[in-house]
Design a protein around this ligand. Structure first.
Ligand SMILES: Nc1ncnc2c1ncn2[C@@H]1O[C@H](COP(=O)(O)OP(=O)(O)O)[C@@H](O)[C@H]1O
Ligand SMILES: O=C(O)[C@@H](O)C(=O)COP(=O)(O)O
Length: 421
């Protein structure tokens, strides 16, 4: 059997993100939802398991990740990738550190890389510090994230706070010098007792270099950029065009936009789309008090709107409004209630024949995909870097799962342009 990479992604948008970049760089990829029994085509180069383990309890994240590793091994994978967010979304306790440690131990390894960079979407790493569009992570919009606010930009410090081993740095001089220089630096760090090597990365052109440099590691960790680099290094960037066709959006049925991200970019996308399409806000108090009846009302409202452009339901709020809501109801309670309503609305709309769901937000995408009872996806064309259309393996249902900060202001409209091609 050919070599297969197994990817464990800590959220659903992250999973489609890395799968989309790998397919765009020539690999055949199947995405699975969770680690239940699964069959995948014999010719795939990579299998991505989507978890919802970014912000759950550490023990749960570790258990789910280890179960996923086992499933991927059963499916013939012999190298592994732990995919987390390009903005390193985590808390002081985890879950990136503990999951990395657990995967290393299960694979009998003691060394891996930390590579969240995705330069095409503005995430770069310099001297081990993570930047978002040139701003240090802790000064970017990520400082106000509702679940994992990021208050430090230094990846070595962030990793040291939540993992058991030692961190080190492959600085940009080594990356510029090429794959062999990076390999030599990795070997040096490993010999010096480093367990996690942060990789400086400034441009997309660095990624195939890094993909080559990590090609002998059993486990790598990072964002979709490294995934793109690994696929590009393996294929030269060619191939899999017909595989992308399998994931193109289904032709029949209605579409809806469900936006549960409160990121700065999603706020801008929601504002732009409000000017174009029917829209309704999701009320947190009603989501808390009366979820079932409220979801039924919202689903009825969506169905009563014209089919195109697709109507939008949004819980998206500015950082200030979100802070007020969280102070009033509690952050976890409010976000769970909102997620519960989106899940119920999505299930009702699918029952009513909606077949194309455009969803904004990682947690929101996870809950919606679970509510739609999809077992896995074919990966289609990218709407924006990191956001492909994906199509259920076993039913006529297509989704665009958008990471909070991805895409430009016109994203919700652009996603629908794929309906006519
Ligand atoms: N108005 C709101 N009040 C409270 N929580 C909200 C509100 N809108 C969204 N949320 C919650 O914020 C979280 C956003 O996370 P997520 O969907 O992962 O977006 P992102 O991709 O930006 O991280 C979700 O748990 C969602 O339910
Ligand atoms: O790596 C990334 O930035 C994305 O794939 C991702 O994980 C984003 O997470 P959400 O913003 O929570 O969707």
């Amino acid at each position: 059997m050919k070599h297969r990479l197994g990817i464990i992604a800590d959220d659903f948008t992250g999973a489609t993100d890395i799968a989309g970049f790998m397919v765009a760089n020539g690999w055949r990829v199947t995405q699975l939802i969770g680690y239940g029994p699964a069959e995948v085509p014999a010719d795939v180069d990579a299998i991505v398991i989507s978890l919802k383990s970014r912000s759950c309890a550490v023990e749960q994240a570790v258990a789910d990740s280890l179960a996923s590793l086992e499933r991927l091994q059963q499916l013939g994978c012999d190298r592994f990738f732990f995919k987390y967010c390009s903005t390193f979304d985590s808390t002081a306790e985890g879950n990136i550190g503990p999951v990395t440690d657990a995967l290393l131990k299960a694979l009998d390894q003691s060394f891996t890389v930390i590579c969240p960079a995705l330069p095409v979407n503005g995430r770069t790493v310099c001297h081990g510090n993570l930047f978002v569009n040139g701003q240090p992570l802790n000064e970017s919009g990520m400082k106000d994230h509702p679940v994992t606010p990021m208050r430090d930009a230094n990846l070595q410090r962030l990793m040291a706070a939540q993992a058991g081993g030692n961190t080190g740095l492959v600085d940009y001089h080594a990356v510029l010098a090429g794959a062999e220089a990076v390999k030599a630096r990795l070997a040096e760090l490993q010999a010096n007792g480093v367990n996690y090597a942060v990789l400086d990365t400034l441009t997309m052109a660095d990624l195939p270099v890094l993909g080559e440099a990590v090609s002998e590691l059993k486990l790598v960790t990072g964002g979709s950029g490294l995934g793109a680099g690994m696929a590009a290094h393996a294929t030269g960037g060619e191939g899999a065009a017909e595989a992308r066709e399998l994931g193109a959006p289904v032709g029949e049925g209605r579409a809806v936009v469900l936006s549960g991200s409160c990121s700065l970019m999603t706020n801008a996308q929601v504002a732009a789309y409000q000017a174009r399409a029917p829209h309704a806000g999701v009320d947190v108090a009603r989501s808390l008090d009366d979820a079932e009846a409220y979801a039924a009302e919202l689903a009825d409202w969506v169905q009563a709107q014209p089919a195109a452009p697709a109507p939008m339901l949004y819980a998206t709020q500015s950082p200030e409004a979100l802070a007020r809501i969280q102070a009033e109801y509690g952050a976890a309670r409010a976000s769970e209630a909102v997620e519960g309503v989106f899940a119920r609305v999505a299930a009702r709309l699918a029952d009513a024949g909606f077949s194309r769901f455009i969803v904004a937000g990682g947690e929101t995408s996870g809950i919606v995909t679970q509510a739609l009872k999809v077992s896995g996806f074919h990966i289609g064309p990218q709407i924006a870097p990191g956001v492909p259309w994906v199509r259920a393996l076993d039913k006529p249902l297509s989704l665009a799962l958008k990471s909070g900060n991805f895409g430009d202001e016109a994203f919700f409209s652009k996603a629908q342009e794929f309906f006519h091609v």
